[in-house]
Design a protein around this ligand. Structure first.
Ligand SMILES: Nc1ncnc2c1ncn2[C@@H]1O[C@H](COP(=O)(O)OP(=O)(O)O)[C@@H](O)[C@H]1O
Ligand SMILES: [Mg+2]
Length: 541
């Protein structure tokens, strides 16, 4: 796979924070559960709607069939208006054809009702003939029916069927037609889907109960979609109840949810991966910006350091000029002596080279001094080298010696052996020490102390090296102490307040630090701590 700014995909996965992975996992679980919930809800809804439609159809069919029964009774009653004059066989044939056409009508009887309530009912004509039903248990009830009324009879005497009775019209009140119906055939085979449980009842008594093939109602953990409606019929006001037993597996599709979970996981991982790529790119950019910012700062510091060195030139120059007087005076007197020697009648040939060698030595001394000064104020980039700290102290002492002598200040060097070493820019380090020495010298100007001295000490530690600059001045004022390294903070009328601030940044940028405090014996002491060489090398890796 492709790399992005040095990060391989493998690394991205490895560096993916555990927190993000956990969040993604929870989001994934949450979405999957939500999806399962929603799809279950939709499936349940669909099953309920299907059941409602089926319930409506069954209800409509039963209503139509009930109306048909009423119509049969009405036409049969009309037929027997003329009875008993009508030939029995003709009536029997009508009965037969109805029963043949409508299998749910299992029998039709023409009954003579008991007139006085005492005599029993007598079946006059019946189809199918040989199996005559004893209608006595319901005969008196039929006799009590209103004119034109059709009534349903559910009676234990007639198991597996219900009876419909209607009295003949006023012309022949003693007769009645009774139709027997098999309720199982109220709904034909394919009219009820296998999953539907249908129950038809009258006043709470079951007329028909057809179980669904599938989970039984009691096994299911779900509430069952349910439909219930009363048949629109005066004679057969059945209650139609339809239920759809649902098992969890009916509405919860494992493959669908599994598919969703997989797709969701893929999308989430993709998002996470993209997010991580972006985060890495952002981090790299931030690092680059930080490096650039530091480089800028570095450059500024270098420029400021140079400016301040040039600024200190005046002070140094007077000292150096004074210092140069010595070799120049020596040069002059040696050269004059040599000239005199050359002009004499018997010049001693051994003396001339001696005088010239002395001149060379003095000229070199003057040259070295000027070179040091030029180096010190030269404009240059930072150059880190493994340097001898004692040597740096000696060099700066050379530069400031004349100035200090002029101000009657003793400079004491207390150098550790062996000399501590550190990775520094020697010129910058000289500048740090120069600033500390100048501050000490400034402090010694004030006050009237008998001992006016500055001490520079190098100390070798296991953890690094220390250079301390202490003085016998009045010490740092209490107000100044917390603000020593603050840029532009000065207590001097002609001060810039940049010396110590610059010292701090020069020392800190090579991994060291600086602090200033008062000594118990009086006077200030500034400590520059530099990291050990190995530490520096480690940090640079
Ligand atoms: N050796 C010292 N003794 C007493 N006070 C000091 C000493 N070194 C520095 N200070 C105080 O710290 C202040 C800040 O010093 P610095 O940053 O070098 O700025 P400047 O020398 O321009 O004032 C000085 O003004 C002075 O009050
Ligand atoms: Mg200063």
């Amino acid at each position: 796979m492709a790399n992005l700014d040095g990060y391989s995909n493998d690394m991205i996965w490895r560096h993916l924070p555990l927190r993000n992975l956990t969040v993604a996992l929870f989001v994934w679980l949450g979405l999957t559960v939500l999806f399962a919930g929603v799809s279950m809800r939709i499936e349940y809804q669909r099953a309920s709607e299907e059941l409602a439609a089926t319930g409506q159809t069954i209800h409509r069919l039963i209503s139509q069939r009930a109306a048909q029964h009423d119509a049969h009774l009405t036409s049969l009653v009309a037929l027997i208006k003329a009875a008993p004059e009508l030939p029995e066989t003709a009536i029997g044939e009508v009965f037969q054809s109805i029963v043949q056409f409508y299998p749910r009508i299992t029998a039709i009887d023409l009954v003579r009702l008991p007139v006085d309530g005492v005599s029993t009912a007598a079946t006059l004509i019946s189809w199918p003939g040989p199996l005559k039903t004893d209608l006595s248990p319901i005969a008196s009830a039929i006799a009590g029916q209103k004119q034109g009324e059709v009534r349903t009879y559910l009676n234990t005497a007639y198991p597996g069927r219900y009876l419909l009775g209607k009295r003949a019209t006023a012309g022949n009140p003693g007769l009645a037609i009774v139709v027997q119906i098999d309720p199982v055939l109220l709904i034909e085979g394919d009219e009820r889907p296998a999953w539907a449980h249908v129950r038809v009842s009258l006043d709470g008594e079951t007329v028909l109960d057809r179980e669904a093939n599938g989970p039984s109602v009691t096994d299911s953990i779900l509430t069952q979609p349910h439909f219930s409606k009363i048949v629109d019929s005066q004679s057969q006001p059945f209650m139609v109840d339809a239920t759809r037993p649902l098992a969890l597996s009916d509405i919860l599709s494992g493959t669908r949810i599994g598919g969703f979970a997989l797709a969701c996981l893929a999308v989430l991982l993709l998002l996470l991966f993209t997010w991580q790529l972006k985060a890495n790119a952002r981090k790299l950019q931030q690092t680059a910006e930080e490096a650039e910012r530091r480089a800028h700062l570095h450059e500024h510091e270098t420029r400021l350091a140079h400016a301040l060195r040039v600024n200190a030139l005046g002070e140094l120059a007077s000292g150096i000029a004074h210092e140069l007087t010595q070799p120049l005076t020596a040069l002059l007197s040696q050269s004059q002596a040599a000239l005199r020697l050359a002009a004499s009648e018997h010049p001693d040939p051994a003396l001339l080279p001696e005088a010239l060698s002395a001149n060379v030595r003095e000229a070199k001394r003057a040259g070295a001094m000027l070179k040091r000064m030029r180096d010190y104020i030269s404009k240059r980039e930072q150059k880190l080298v493994l340097a001898d700290l004692n040597q740096i102290v000696v060099d700066i002492a050379e530069l400031v010696r004349a100035d200090l002598e002029k101000r009657q200040i003793t400079l004491i060097l207390d150098l550790a052996t062996p000399s501590p070493q550190a990775v520094v820019d020697p010129i910058e380090m000289e500048q740090v020490l120069h600033n500390l020495v100048r501050n000490a010298a400034d402090a010694l100007e004030h006050g009237d102390m008998p001992d006016r001295s500055i001490r520079i000490e190098t100390i070798l530690l296991e953890s690094g090296a220390i250079i301390q600059v202490s003085d016998t001045g009045p010490g740092i004022e209490a107000d100044t102490l917390p603000r020593l390294f603050e840029p532009f903070y000065t207590t001097k009328t002609d001060g810039m307040g940049l010396g110590l601030a610059l010292c701090a940044s020069l020392v800190e940028r090579i991994g060291g630090h600086i602090d200033g405090r008062n000594q118990t014996s009086g006077g200030a002491i500034f400590t520059v701590t530099l990291p050990a060489v190995e530490q520096h090398l480690k940090a640079a890796q």
